[in-house]
Design a protein around this ligand. Sequence first.
Ligand code: NI
Length: 191
Amino acid sequence: MTLLKIAQVGTPVLRKVAEPVSPEALASAEVQTFIDDLVETMRDARGAGLAANQVYQPIRICALEVDKNPRYPYKPDIPLTILVNPVLTPIGEETFENYEGCLSVPDMRGVVRRHARLRVQALDRHGKTIDHETAGVTAGTFAHEVDHLDGKLFLDRVTDTSTLCTWKAFAMHYEDAFRRNVESVVARYGS
Ligand code: NI
């Protein structure tokens, strides 16, 4: 396995709409190895997710996994998930406020409004159809990763820039209140 370099905000590849992956390309040894490396890189950096264009591959693949993540201790667990050519569709009108961070945006967090329920349609790494619903904080994580594939960063969705803060300031001033918000979101949506 190879740890990949993670592009930082300002790098043009983060701002390009990533290209769909054909079934043939997905089945190739090259792309399968890339997915293994993407997962290893996400785990090494303790990300909750990582999109291919964050590691300089402008293709529509992202990985998600939360397993008692110390970077996001309040996030409900997400089993390892690979999404290929994902499409997210909001279900209903409900939204919630999520305090997000990103491996491509060093030492910065901010409040983003996300849909509380989403339909997730994609292929898995073996080309099998994924079609399920996700909700709550986990839906926020899915939306953040799929945004990457459309060339968007969470910064673009921060409407109140006074919420922008370093990770240290987050821990000092905002984490307690945000944890309470997460608890109520999880109680409402189950994740
Ligand atoms: Ni990110």
